[in-house]
Design a protein around this ligand. Structure first.
Ligand code: GLV
Ligand code: MN
Length: 220
């Protein structure tokens, strides 16, 4: 008679068999050549429905939205132009997208994270301090110049600061067609409705005056 393995061994074996199903680095693979997004489709799915193939043209696979410099006249002195599925529907389901990030002198891409993607980037112009913080609270950073690259593991909080004398330009790429971006200052201090002061005063160990002051910087 074949004896059953102990229960904990059975659980471990089942866990090992299922492990590959949990290794999902970013957007899932496509099941066809392409699926140009039909952004106006009334149907709502995880991603976007495909435009009928007969209506797909070459233009769906080209995008010139990153050719123009962004307007950096704002409190952070920066501008992000996204080439994600919303701007470039040909990216739908392909698991990639890019950003153009322009910096005025002293400009900051404020601390933020991308819940759905790892990011890599290359400096095209200028000098940037690039940094991210791990979930163990370790800060990794380096000053990068033209042609130098970085990577930010998925979901970690990161920033870039222009530490050069002139404007700077960065191109970034993501392993998601829609990485999403949670910008720390606006997430915490400019959500709608706002996070109650009681939460923020306790979280940052400061008084209401400090929280109200910060919130006022982001009220439009
Ligand atoms: C830079 O961090 C970017 O998100 O493009
Ligand atoms: Mn980023």
């Amino acid at each position: 008679m074949i004896s059953m393995p102990p229960f904990h061994l059975l659980c471990t074996l089942i866990g090992l068999l299922l492990l590959p199903l949990h290794i999902n680095s970013a957007d899932p693979d496509l099941l066809q050549d392409f699926c140009v997004a039909d952004l106006k489709a009334p149907l709502s799915v995880n991603g976007f429905p495909c435009k009928p193939e007969a209506k797909v043209t070459s233009d769906d696979f080209f995008f010139d939205g990153l050719s123009k410099e962004g307007n950096t006249t704002n409190i952070f002195g920066w501008s992000v132009t996204a080439a994600n599925v919303l701007a470039f529907p040909g990216l739908n389901s392909l698991g990639i997208s890019m950003n153009r990030v322009d910096f005025a002198p002293g400009g900051l891409n404020p601390p933020h994270s991308h819940p759905r993607a790892t990011e890599t980037g290359v400096v095209i112009e200028g000098k940037l301090l690039v940094g991210f913080v791990t979930t163990s609270n370790v800060f990794h950073s380096k000053v990068l110049t033209v042609g130098q690259m970085f990577v930010v593991p998925k979901g970690l909080v990161h920033f870039q600061l222009n530490v050069g004398e002139r404007k700077a330009l960065l191109f970034t790429a993501f392993n998601s067609h829609l990485p999403g971006s949670a910008v720390v200052p606006t997430t915490l201090f400019a959500s709608r409705p706002s996070i109650p002061d009681d939460v923020l005063t306790k979280a940052f160990q400061v008084g209401n005056d400090v929280i109200d002051n910060i919130k006022s910087k982001f009220s439009s």
